[in-house]
Design a protein around this ligand. Structure first.
Ligand SMILES: [Fe+2]
Length: 303
């Protein structure tokens, strides 16, 4: 067994294979430290919509409150927001039936997912805790890599609650509740995937800057854009694919080269997040991904 060195004196050390992270193992959320949390960017479709900006900032403010109270505040989504959800969720549902991994399809059902209304982080958090001990913590925007990934070591995913702008229902330049709830959150019901995510989190806490860049690539080509073999077929499990109908359709065309997963290759492949992905990697199983990642992360620190 190896353990990670505590990053701060108040942070309890626990072993890299402690999959049973208790509430008392968590650092206080109010001590979350980030170099950077993105505000709404100028190229955002809602950048010049004053009403949208106010609403987004209000919902983002609830995430700041969470850091003081540790309680997730449910958002009373309005009818416009619900209709964006219904449109995107319904359109994706059809594509998921053909292209999503069977595990994802089951997870969506298990989470009690509805295309009719936006799910609350609080209810999904309760369900994940029962299934794999994963947690969700509200956050007000995109966070820099080390800060975001490090929380995965506590089996905690930081998640936005606001929704994209109505003018571009198919697109968002920043994470939003569609991307989180449809793309990311169901996958944490898979125990191997949850453990794999936690390994990445441990890695981020102890990585050098170069190793962190490699981890970012591993995260990108798995958690965001991963594909998995299934009974001689290929299915999608990455959040960036499952939450975007353009990306998901494109991923299964001749535009994309689908390569067998190789850790060495993935951590040395750079990516462009501003365009459709030309190369994707296919893992044989989540269990194998977990084992490869375990060995890789252990090589980071001889402690
Ligand atoms: Fe994401």
């Amino acid at each position: 067994m190896i353990s990670t060195a505590p990053a701060t004196p108040t942070e309890p050390a626990f072993t890299v294979e402690n999959f049973d992270v208790k509430d008392e193992d968590l650092p206080a959320f109010r001590d979350m430290e980030f170099e950077d949390i993105n505000e709404l960017e100028l190229d955002h479709p809602g950048a010049s919509d004053e009403e949208y900006r106010t609403r987004r900032d209000y919902i983002a403010g609830l995430a700041k409150d969470f850091r003081e109270t540790g309680k997730i505040t449910d958002v009373e989504y309005n009818e416009d927001e619900q209709s964006i959800w219904r449109h995107v969720a319904t359109r994706l549902e059809e594509l998921h039936q053909n292209h999503a991994s069977p595990f994802y399809l089951k997870a969506k059902k298990d989470l009690g997912f509805s295309n009719d209304r936006i799910p609350q982080l609080s209810e999904m958090n309760r369900r994940l805790k029962e299934l794999t001990g994963f947690r969700l913590a509200p956050i007000e925007g995109l966070v820099e890599t080390r800060g975001f990934l490090s929380w995965l070591s506590y089996r905690t995913m930081l998640s936005t609650q606001y929704i994209r702008h109505h003018s571009r229902p198919e697109y968002t330049p920043e994470p939003d509740i569609v991307h989180e709830a449809i793309g990311h959150i169901p996958m944490f019901t898979n125990p191997n995937f949850a453990d794999f995510s936690q390994f990445i989190g441990h890695g981020a806490r102890i990585a050098t800057n170069d190793q962190l860049e490699e981890l970012g690539r591993l995260y990108w080509f798995t958690v965001e854009y991963g594909m998995v073999e299934h009974e001689g077929d290929i299915k999608a499990y990455g959040a960036g694919l499952l939450s975007s109908y353009g990306e998901l359709e494109n991923a299964f065309t001749a535009n994309v080269e689908r390569r067998p997963f190789s850790l060495e290759r993935v951590i040395n492949t750079s990516y462009d997040y501003s365009d459709m992905q030309p190369v994707l990697y296919v893992i044989p199983s989540y269990a194998e991904l977990k084992e490869v990642t375990r060995t890789y992360i252990k090589s980071f620190a001889k402690i």
